[in-house]
Design a protein around this ligand. Structure first.
Ligand code: GRF
Length: 203
């Protein structure tokens, strides 16, 4: 299966996925390309060092969101993807883009959805005083951070936490559950039923 990963920055989730692949934990998959919308995305160097094709498509070079997404789709489709993985890709995608990849487009979000969709999730979790926080891998649908949930990981929130300590605790879990979700997808174990993602037991 061909996987295309989209990043905007540091790319630590992409790195975790690549390392899981290299360790044989995602059988039957290859990373066809890592695409960034910023030339300064830190993760690009790691991908290149690991022999993965990279591309940069700068959204600022396009007059509209639609024009950027059309070019992005053409770039991605050139790699015949079975799965498109958003890994810290900081662009809201158009309905046309999301529809085109429906069922093969996944994202990781740093909260226990449906709590705290959107930005600044760790600060908002601390502000709300929740005792559990975490991360969610979900299919992407037109509504932001609302698609069918594939896997979640919860972490405790400690009284002495700040944004940095809490985000680090969540990030460690992100690096575990994103490769897990991808291995399930590649193995054909995830199905959508009534708008929910179900994971079949391994045979
Ligand atoms: C992660 O916290 C992810 O959940 C969010 O953006 C961050 C990306 O980090 N969507 P990285 O680029 O994978 O290191």
């Amino acid at each position: 299966k061909n996987i295309v990963i989209l990043i905007s920055g540091r790319g630590s989730n992409m790195e975790a996925i690549v390392r899981a692949l290299e360790a044989g934990q995602i059988a039957g998959a290859r990373i066809a390309a890592v695409v960034a919308n910023r030339a300064d995305a830190g993760g690009l160097a790691f991908a290149q060092q690991h022999g993965i094709a990279t591309a940069v498509l700068d959204h600022k070079a396009f007059a509209s969101r639609e024009a950027f997404d059309a070019a992005l789709m053409a770039l991605i489709d050139g790699h015949a993807p079975d799965l498109v993985v958003l890994a810290g890709f900081m662009r809201v995608l158009t309905a046309g883009f999301v529809t085109h990849y429906l069922g093969r487009l996944i994202n990781i979000h740093p909260s226990l959805l449906p709590s705290f969709p959107g930005l600044h999730t760790h600060a908002r979790a601390l502000q709300a005083g929740v005792k559990l926080h975490g991360a969610t891998v979900h299919f992407v649908t037109a509504e932001l951070d609302c698609g069918p949930i594939i896997i979640q990981a919860a972490v405790p929130v400690h009284d002495e936490d700040d944004e940095a300590s809490l985000s680090a605790r969540v990030l460690a879990q992100e690096h575990r559950i994103y490769p897990q979700a991808i291995s399930w997808f590649v193995a054909g174990r995830i199905s959508l039923r009534d708008g929910r993602a179900c994971v079949a037991n391994a045979v």
